[in-house]
Design a binder for this molecule. Sequence first.
Ligand code: NAD
Length: 289
Amino acid sequence: MTGILDGKALAAKMQAELTQDVKTFTPTIGRPPGLAVLMVGDNPASAAYVRGKERACQRVGIASFGRHYPAETTQEELIQVIDSLNENDQVDGILLQLPLPEHLNGVALLNRILPHKDVDGLHPYNMGQLLRDEPAMQSCTPSGVMRLLAEYNIDLLGKHAVVIGRSILVGKPMGIMLLAADMTATIAHILSENIPDLTRTADVLVVAAGCPKLITADMVKPGAVVVDIGITRVTDPAWEKPRLVGDVDFDAVKEVASWITPVPGGVGPMTVTMLLYNTVLSYRQRFSL
Ligand code: NAD
């Protein structure tokens, strides 16, 4: 019987714990934790993610300092915004929603965020700490996957992990975190040869490519643990509204895998929860709580 790695349930449990932490610490500190989610332009998918993040903040009692800026906002204006949030004592976390409009230099903006407020774990300091196995703000999606694997006591030690996707936001830090958990980690990408041969050797297969149904049942080793990070909004004339689709052919792969994440309800809720977790962590570290 295949088990479902239920990110929605774990996210609800973790958010209840975070709500309790915020309730406990706010009277002592005199303010709740604060998060600023910055969005530039009007990418509809980003707008939906930002709304989701702000609603989640509200649920656990984190104050939101986010703002929505028009697409033509300049690099200099955004630098000023980030600098003022860096200095703002009410703000523990800053997240720059990606992708940004093309005229902006995203890397320079991300590097401007103070490392201890970098709740997305994208600053070179935090990335370097991750490579060194030292404490850091860790990228929300891969750290959410690690939490989910830990919750279900998935045996990682010495096993082979294959990650499909090498983005700085997801694939690369995912591979490093699995390596840090004493796995043998392979990171594959669009130019990798013989991907099905690779995936068939995976005890843990993590897919973050953004290609619906990329992973079919014949690509999965029997008994493997399959984690589907991919989210693509797909429309079909037969459907009333667009659906979110993962990178794994869930119905077929669940017949082969030992554990699998659904889409939606798997990794997505964990990503938002780790953002809240990182914000509360930054707040607690600041006040040595
Ligand atoms: P990206 O486009 O930056 O990177 C995609 C990676 O996949 C690249 O490294 C590319 O080489 C690789 N790739 C693409 N097609 C491939 C193929 N056919 N075979 C092998 N490798 C292939 O995207 P990203 O930001 O890393 O996001 C990846 C997916 O994860 C997207 O669907 C995104 O929406 C989703 N995502 C989900 C969450 C979540 O919370 N569940 C969070 C972030 C991203």
